[in-house]
Design a binder for this molecule. Structure first.
Ligand code: NAG
Ligand code: NAG
Ligand code: NAG
Ligand code: NAG
Ligand code: NAG
Ligand code: NAG
Length: 773
């Protein structure tokens, strides 16, 4: 009687097969169903999930995504997909781990759309690991297959990108299927970006007109490995490297080849609500090839973003799809050459002609198309299109495209760590003949005339770099107008007077007029170019410059809150802000000293030169200025005159010792003491001796004395602390700051830490707080 019941029980257990728990991963013989929303694998730390994700109407792909920012069907940070180009049906599709060891994705009709082709006699298990890696292991824990080996468009921290890996962009923002852009290691061992469109393909990164070594790439190492670490340091065996703008904080990151062809590194904001761009390959998005298709021109402005327009006489081939570009509005035929005329497009247009080798002086490229037309800012070229006479005459005079605005702002946090690149030939003309369908009818004449000076220092490369960082040259007239004839003075110092200005594009700027910049224009341009390339969130951003006749002006972003000097006595500067200012300033200086390819000493660190943005984030200003003021070459530490400000100057200046980056460390130490005590180092402090007499002490001596006294009593903290803090501060951070400060102000410069070490100490000991504000 009991036997059949027991049998039935065993049978039902066998048929029901609840044999896996999803947190443990997927065991051999079980599957995930598209219809069960709970069939999702989650990484042990909860950061990632893997499961079916909708990609269209009744279409699903098996994907891995970040759980933060909160994933909805519409917006989900997908980092990997098994079947991006062949979605499965929303009914009865399954991902199954077969007992043979093969992982297969079956569509409703039992068609296998994707499989790992793995075989294992021993039991296997599929798990989503903490870094977002989906791993199939055999019984002994050996990896049979992992998603890290076949990335889609995203590279996660520590995921190795190698010879066999590709990142392929999505088709568009809402369409995850394979798009036109690819990141890969080419046969020369160089990491490249290529556009492979329906009609043409071209490699556009590194810049096609640079030789590999000119682009800072090395072709020697054939191990072909690139990796982004969890702190934001990307390195590749071709010597390409970048640091994220928020380098140093251990947060969620990813490197993604976006559907617009730009390679960006993203960091998750502290609140986990959004991704911010912490690096990108092309600040000027029109430099990405193929974005507008043939016979069109890409226009970019920070206010309206990237836009495509058909070249005059042409119309969009397929509505809402720029990848196919534009086609002529007029009939094509071969026998009308006398009916054609040139139409001039004014406003400094340039086009890039399909050409992947190095461009030389004159190039005639018959039977090619107008591709990658774009207009970088500050680019001085006219552009002619050959069109039927009737069309040309329908345009009055010449075609004007809207004046572009220049800016570094593409998205929230795009700071570019640009390698200094070599120069080459300076001026060239390009003649190309353009034809469609092999019929030589439309001719495009391009006169490409680079705008800056034409000796060895400036060149197409320099022009290109300036263009990519949105850094531009202003005329004196423009700046005079922007400052309302230099009417509103907002500061003085370091060789110039600073005026508030409103640029023609509406941006508020601070314009510094250099007083004794008696450098020649050539030298000035070379150095301003270098300074303009230093981009870091804790350095003030330079938008441009003017060098006209005797005038030398620099255009900077404007800081609402003024300088630290103006804020140090304000009650808004609470402890957290002070610590963040200390850390941010240290990062800015560490970047100048250690991460730039050429060392930049500041030589005048003081609260007047630390500006505060609207989020109370510090930005170091006036760096590199010593170069422009012709006061000796700081780069090679041959400084002829004492610089700096009393109270902040390191002893080396006085004793005529070699000047190194440690002079900035010293000044920074004084700045920290001032942040903690709100006492000016220039004034000195009166302290009472044991008796009744008063003694004069410098700020450093006084703090040192109080710290030494602390070893006995332990009461020093409140004595030195700014009373405006009202005793509200973080004790551990305060002790760290004072200790770092005292190490920085040691007389022996070799005893002082480097700015990089200072950043690490502050980060480690202020670690209850994230590195980012
Ligand atoms: C995505 O783009 C591809 C290629 O253009 C197209 O075939 C597919 O239908 C698109 N998918 C969706 C969901 O729009
Ligand atoms: C790699 O770059 C560094 C500078 O960043 C340079 O000193 C070095 O020579 C380069 N290595 C190769 C192999 O090109
Ligand atoms: C190539 O790069 C790898 C990884 O960085 C390194 O271990 C190896 O020594 C390099 N090889 C050469 C020949 O430089
Ligand atoms: C980035 O990583 C590379 C290779 O691991 C290392 O050589 C370099 O020093 C790192 N850069 C920074 C700033 O940590
Ligand atoms: C980053 O954080 C993770 C987890 O919190 C830890 O495992 C990893 O070691 C950290 N990495 C670094 C470089 O600090
Ligand atoms: C141009 O050639 C086409 C056919 O090839 C012919 O029909 C047309 O009349 C010709 N036009 C002229 C202006 O010769």
């Amino acid at each position: 009687m009991a036997t059949p019941l027991i049998l039935l029980f065993f049978l039902s257990v066998l048929l029901w097969n609840p044999s896996f728990s999803l947190s443990d991963g997927l065991q051999a013989g079980s599957s995930l169903s598209v219809e069960a929303p709970a069939d999702v694998l989650t990484s042990p730390d909860g950061s990632f999930s893997a499961g079916f994700h909708p990609v269209g109407k009744n279409a699903y792909s098996f994907a891995i995504w970040f759980n933060k920012p909160t994933c909805t069907a519409k917006s989900c940070t997908i980092v990997w997909m098994a079947n991006r180009d062949q979605p499965v049906n929303g009914k009865s599709s399954k991902l199954s781990l077969l007992r043979s060891g093969n992982l297969v994705l079956k569509d409703a009709g039992h068609i296998i759309v994707w499989e790992t082709n793995t075989v294992s006699a021993t039991a296997v298990g599929l798990k989503l690991e903490n870094g977002g890696n989906l791993v199939l292991r055999d019984f002994e824990g050996l990896i049979l297959w992992q998603s890290y080996d076949s990335p889609t468009d995203t590279l996660l921290p520590l995921q190795s990108f190698n010879e066999n890996s590709n990142l392929v962009s999505s088709r568009s923002q809402g369409n995850y299927s394979s798009g036109y852009y690819k990141l890969y290691f080419d046969n020369d061992n160089v990491l490249c970006l290529v556009y492979k469109g329906p009609e043409f393909s071209s490699v556009f990164w590194p810049s096609p007109w640079l030789l590999r070594w000119e682009a800072g790439r090395s072709t020697f190492n054939n191990s072909k490995i690139a990796v982004l670490d969890s702190l934001g340091n990307f390195t590749s065996t071709d010597n390409f490297t970048f640091l994220s703008a928020d380098y140093g904080s251990n947060i969620s990151r990813m490197l993604k080849l976006d559907s617009d062809g730009n390679l960006r590194s993203y960091s998750l904001k502290e609140d986990g609500e959004a991704w911010i761009v912490s690096w990108l390959a092309f600040p000027q998005p029109c430099m990405v090839h193929g974005c507008c298709g043939p016979n069109s021109i890409c226009i970019y402005s920070p206010s309206f973003g990237r836009k495509c327009r058909c070249s005059p006489g042409y119309k969009l081939k397929k509505p809402n799809d720029w990848s196919l570009g534009c086609e002529p509005e007029f009939p094509l035929s071969c026998n009308q050459t006398d009916q054609l005329d040139f139409l001039k497009l004014r406003h400094r247009f340039s086009v890039q002609v399909y050409q992947s080798s190095r461009i030389r002086w004159y190039i005639l490229l018959p039977k090619t198309q107008l591709l990658n037309g774009h207009r970088p800012p500050n680019f001085n070229a006219d552009f002619y299109v050959k069109l039927p006479k009737a069309i040309v005459s329908s345009y009055i005079d010449t075609v004007e495209y809207p004046e572009l605005q220049c800016s570094n702002h593409v998205e929230q946090l795009e700071r570019k760590y640009t390698k200094r690149q070599q120069n080459k030939s300076s001026r060239f003309f390009l003649w190309t003949a353009c034809s469609i369908g092999g019929v030589e009818l439309i001719t495009i004449l391009l006169v490409w005339n680079f705008f800056i000076r034409t000796n060895d220092k400036s060149s197409p490369t320099a022009g290109y770099l300036l263009a990519t960082t949105g850094f531009r040259k202003y005329t004196y007239g423009e700046l005079k107008k922007a400052t309302n004839t230099f009417s509103e003075e907002i500061g003085r110092g370091a060789g110039g007077i600073v005026y508030k200005a409103t640029l023609s594009d509406g941006r508020v700027a601070a314009i510094k007029r250099l007083l004794d910049a008696n450098k020649g224009e050539a030298e000035f341009l070379a150095e301003v170019n270098t300074i303009g390339k230093l981009n870091h969130m804790n350095l003030i951003e330079m938008w441009g410059y003017c060098a006209e006749g005797k005038h030398r002006l620099l255009v900077y972003e404007y800081m609402e809150h003024g300088s630290l000097a103006e804020n140090i006595s304000s009650k808004y500067l609470d402890w957290d802000k002070r610590f963040d200012i200390a850390l941010g300033t240290a990062r800015g200086l560490a970047y100048l000293h250690e991460e730039c390819l050429e060392w930049v000493l500041h030589c005048d660190i003081k609260p007047q030169n630390i500006l505060i943005d609207s989020n109370y984030r510090p930005k170091v200003s006036d760096f590199g200025l010593s170069w422009l003021l012709n006061r000796g070459d700081v780069k090679y530490s041959k400084v002829s005159r004492i610089r700096g400000t009393r109270g902040y100057m390191a002893p080396e200046w006085v004793f005529n010792l070699p000047i190194t980056s440690k002079v900035d460390v010293y000044s920074y130490g004084i700045l920290l003491l001032e942040l903690v005590t709100a006492k000016s180092p220039a004034m000195g402090i009166e302290v009472s001796d044991d008796g009744s007499s008063k003694v004069h002490r410098t700020l450093v001596e006084w703090v040192r004395g109080e710290v030494a006294r602390a070893l006995e009593s332990g009461t020093w903290k409140h004595v030195i602390l700014d009373p405006k803090l009202e005793g509200i501060y973080d004790e551990a951070e305060m002790v760290t700051m004072v200790n770092v400060a005292l190490r920085c102000v040691q007389e022996d410069r070799d005893q002082r830490p480097t700015m990089g070490e200072v950043v690490r100490i502050l980060l480690r000991d202020g670690s209850h707080r994230s590195a980012e504000e």
